[in-house]
Write a protein of this length. Structure first.
Length: 201
């Protein structure tokens, strides 16, 4: 047997070993990725200034590529306002109202009418910014710090706040922190974390 016929015999043996040819699979629709489901989360307590873990998680999310806005409605003294938002880690925006100091029920009672009006306008301006960002859906996470207390003190309209939360995008996490969260908002929440003081605070 010459070399040519030997090669042909080997090819025939290989074709027989392969068996019948494979059938083509029918066309299938591509897999659909599940969309991210955002949550309304509440972190509350009877006292103020106790949610550093929320802020650190927001910072972490921004560092991983998420777009995050933290709005502290009653923390002032740093000349911010909507035009002075601080940007960190590329995707983190940190906003405070343009008020001269931190706002509380105690200190607002001693203010002049002019200071009270200026403070009220600054906090309402901050809420309008947050509402716009929420409704335009350009964020992955929105942290509203002490929004409940701002409602209680009369700076944010409760019905407008609830109506806006009802319209929040499905993929956005909205996180409320601080005391005095309205009962209706508590009922809307997907997750509620409450810090309690077990000893004298």
């Amino acid at each position: 047997m010459n070399a040519g016929s030997s090669i042909n015999a080997q090819r025939e043996d290989l074709s027989l070993a392969k068996g019948p040819s494979l059938r083509a699979l029918p066309d299938r629709k591509p897999l659909q990725l599940v969309k991210t489901q955002g949550q309304l989360q509440i972190h509350t307590s009877p006292f103020r200034g106790s949610f550093s873990i929320v802020l650190s998680e927001a910072l972490r999310s921004a560092g991983l590529g998420s777009n995050v806005l933290i709005s502290q409605f009653l923390r002032g003294g740093v000349n911010q306002g909507p035009k002075g938002i601080v940007r960190l880690c590329g995707g983190l925006e940190w906003a405070r109202p343009n008020v001269p100091c931190c706002v509380s029920a105690e200190n607002q009672n001693s203010w002049s009418q002019e200071i009270h009006a200026t403070t009220s306008n600054a906090i309402k301006e901050m809420w309008e910014l947050c509402k716009k960002r929420l409704l335009t859906n350009d964020l992955d996470q929105l942290v509203l710090d002490e929004a409940g207390l701002a409602i209680k003190l009369g700076y944010i309209n409760n019905k407008d706040f609830i109506r806006t939360l009802d319209l929040r995008p499905k993929g956005m996490d909205v996180i409320l922190t601080g005391p005095s969260i309205p009962n209706k908002v508590m009922q809307m929440a997907d997750q509620v974390t409450e810090l309690r003081c077990l000893h004298s605070c």
